[in-house]
Write a protein that binds this ligand. Sequence first.
Ligand SMILES: Nc1ncnc2c1ncn2[C@@H]1O[C@H](COP(=O)(O)OP(=O)(O)O)[C@@H](O)[C@H]1O
Ligand SMILES: [Mg+2]
Length: 358
Amino acid sequence: MDANKILEMRNLTVSFSTARGKIQTIRQVDMDLYRGETLAIVGESGSGKSVTVKTIMGIQAKNQTIDSGQIRFKYQEQGQEIEVDLLQLSKQTMRSKINGKRIAMIFQDPMTSLNPTMTIGDQIMEGMFIHYQTPKEEARAKALKLLDLVGIHDGDKRMKQYPHQLSGGMRQRIVIAIALACDPEILICDEPTTALDVTVQAKILELIKQIQLKTGIAVIYITHDLGVVAKVADYVSVMYAGRIVEKGSVEDIFYQPRHPYTWGLLSAMPDLETKTEKLYTIPGNPPNLAHHKQGDPFFIRNDFALKIDQRIEAPMFKLSSSHYVASWLVHPDAPAVKMPVSLSKRIERMVKVGEGRD
Ligand SMILES: Nc1ncnc2c1ncn2[C@@H]1O[C@H](COP(=O)(O)OP(=O)(O)O)[C@@H](O)[C@H]1O
Ligand SMILES: [Mg+2]
């Protein structure tokens, strides 16, 4: 792996056994994550975002099988650089060495990750005791520092409180402090602000960015909201029906999107000018892969579909060193198809705003 790369997922394919038989839910997913950078995974609900990152954490449902793949992960231990394939590690090793220690995850609903019967302080220190046998006083000092880092400045008082005594935004800050307690290499955020109101959401996003600047941690940020992606991401992977259909730098995806699904997501994103208009929504619903037979699962919802999409899913085409798209529209023999005019106008506006910021 590259010196700065810390996670490299290749060809991850995951199935679930269901009453309808075995369904391939995650399909040939590749992912690269670099130190200090944020990769956003975006896609509608059900596209496979959570299953993909849970696989990184070694969290698996009983009816789940990993059909293929590799997840190379690099971390430091006692000054040594260690590289492992997470899929080859035992559950026990994942639990004792990786999960919560080297890779931490925060979820949508802070209440599900907090223990209602334990004080905030004990919850922040728990990982330090389990993973590092940190002495009590040292752990306490670190917990206070972490609270400060997540913007909670009356730490002494908060340490003694219980989750129900805090607001939703405050709880999510605590969850982030717990996640950071063991100095992980990777922080995975699975829709961490969806349950919060817009102002709190903006604060949490800003907080994650600040933490990243201070600690150099790599972040995988999952969301269904491209507006959030624009605020946090360096790289973006767009997921549909268990597959990455487009990926690139944040500029590639926002300024030069090539997949009709990405066009749809971008068109559905509210911006300043469209606030009063009715917002675009992608027609139809995400597919049920149990019923899918052949071709591109996006075919029926795709206004720009070609005949070939009905039979054969497009392979991943490389557009540049950072930008890839799984769409036949970029094939040399494809008819010239442009994104909707309303979207290209919107992108012109975004470019202007972006330039104004620099
Ligand atoms: N244990 C399970 N058994 C069967 N299907 C599952 C299971 N867990 C998740 N799925 C299916 O996998 C797909 C992807 O789910 P998920 O990763 O949670 O989507 P997202 O996070 O993008 O909303 C969904 O269609 C979901 O129904
Ligand atoms: Mg999810």
